[in-house]
Design a binder for this molecule. Structure first.
Ligand code: PMP
Length: 440
């Protein structure tokens, strides 16, 4: 994952002595791979609802977190974790009802052809398992991803994550296709371009003697710049891949659990039929639970000759957290809220675009927005420096967003699903102030 919105040592001058000490300790203890958000990193000590609090008690509106999605420290999730932790926490090698009740409810939210669920602890592991299952089922090894994809950190999955940085050199069994970027490719071209790229990728794998196994796609193309529309634009390319024997793995780690509004799952906007769907991030609202659902034929093929045990995956406490998240999404009608507030935010940013020509494109689905900044609307020249300035100016004003995309010029806005209208208004007002500042 690129770190467009990252702290560098050059920014250290302005920090307090305590902040400098913490950063020095972090670097000494954790090494250089760990990065911090914002030129002025945030020292968070507490979260509640849509707010994060720093060590001085200042609060920040969280318009970025896709983990504590139903609200920081949501009381029902905290209660479920606490109750189960006080009763029993073991693993999936004992008979237990909690994991089955949760599996039933989770599967009930998917189309009928997805009948099995397997649990992991992280999204990376879920994708890793999906890849293993796909290789076993197809007897192939070739994988198709988008050019600036991010799918996780295991050895095999990092190789499918070119957005990790230029030193991530893709291995011979991987082919990339252009992400469906309607702004830059043109709305009419996007579906046919995607399908043509998929066709070419499959042909090229075969020409090199590599049997294709899977096409793996993020449901909202977050690292590719948050690409949502037009709905259905990937359907032709995916149908083509499936007809060629590839499995379609829908990575819902970003786009799942009501994030995209109209549906619980991001792929559902695209009229496609995944063979496997991978899950993570908001699944336990901060508790590490992830997994996959898949077609029975595919999952059973894998498990028939291979046992699977993940010590922590599917443990009772994690399942209690997962169950509470599903309950909260249903009871607080967060999917409907994601849809309506998401539309309100898109409309709000489009209004800002009338005032600020630096906004080249506003897009999104539900509560996942991409606002692409350009120095010139005709040439669409990316405004990367200004994108960073907006993110940091908003952080100074107490609203947290970030940035994404191969050109480093897309404001990535992912409010907690617990947002109310007043929070959306605050986000828009502070974004407007930041844009006014850089356009001056
Ligand atoms: N897939 C996507 C689309 C992601 O955004 C991420 C995490 N950013 C992952 C997979 C990996 O999830 P995790 O960090 O839980 O391993």
């Amino acid at each position: 994952m690129s770190m467009i919105n990252g702290f560098t040592q050059d920014d250290a001058e302005r920090l307090s002595d305590n902040e400098k000490r913490l950063i020095e300790r972090r670097t000494r203890l954790l090494g250089p791979a760990y990065r911090l958000f914002y030129e002025h990193p945030l020292h968070t000590v507490r979260g509640e609802g849509v707010w994060l609090y720093d060590e001085q008690g200042r609060r920040y509106l969280d318009a970025y977190n896709n983990v504590a999605s139903v609200g920081h420290c949501h009381p029902r999730v905290v209660e479920a974790i606490t109750r189960q932790a006080g009763q029993l926490n073991t693993h999936t090698r004992y008979l237990q009802e909690g994991v089955l009740d949760y599996a039933e409810q989770l599967l009930g939210t998917f189309p009928d052809h997805l009948e099995r669920v397997m649990f992991t602890c992280t999204g990376s592991e879920a994708n890793d398992l999906a890849l293993r299952i796909s290789k076993q089922f197809t007897g192939g090894s070739g994988v198709i991803i988008t050019r600036f994809a991010y799918h996780g950190v295991t050895g095999d999955i990092a190789e499918l994550s070119p957005s990790l940085g230029p030193s991530m050199i893709l291995p011979p069994h991987v082919r990339t296709v252009r992400a469906p970027d309607a702004y830059r490719l043109g709305e009419e071209q996007v579906a046919s371009t995607f399908a043509a790229d998929v066709r070419a990728a499959i042909a090229d794998l075969r020409a090199h003697g590599i049997r294709p196994a899977a096409i793996l796609l993020d449901g909202i193309f977050a690292s590719d710049g948050v690409l949502a529309d037009p709905a259905g634009c990937i359907a032709e390319g995916i149908a083509l891949a499936q007809a060629e024997g590839l499995l379609y793995i829908a990575d819902e780690v970003q786009s799942g659990f009501a994030r995209t509004g109209l549906n619980l799952w991001g792929f559902q906007r695209h009229n496609v039929r995944p063979d496997i769907v991978t899950l993570g991030k908001p699944m336990g609202n901060g508790h590490p639970i992830a997994g996959l659902v898949g077609r029975a034929e595919v999952v059973d093929h894998f498990g028939r000759n291979m046992r699977y045990f993940n010590t922590f995956g599917g443990n009772p406490v994690s399942c209690a957290a997962g169950q509470a998240v599903l309950d909260v999404i249903r009871d607080e009608q967060l999917q409907q809220r994601s849809h309506s507030l998401g539309e309100y935010l898109v409309a709000g940013f489009k209004t800002l675009a009338e005032r600020y020509p630096i906004i080249g494109d506003v897009r999104g689905a539900g509560m996942f927005l991409g606002v692409e900044l350009v120095t010139d609307r005709n040439s669409k020249t990316p405004a990367a420096a200004q994108t960073r300035q907006v993110v940091n100016a908003m952080r100074e004003q107490g609203v947290l967003i970030s940035a994404a995309g191969p050109l480093e010029n897309v404001l990535k806005i992912r409010p907690l699903l617990a947002f109310e209208r007043e929070h959306a208004d605050l986000l828009l007002a502070v974004a407007g102030e930041a844009l006014a500042k850089i356009e001056r």
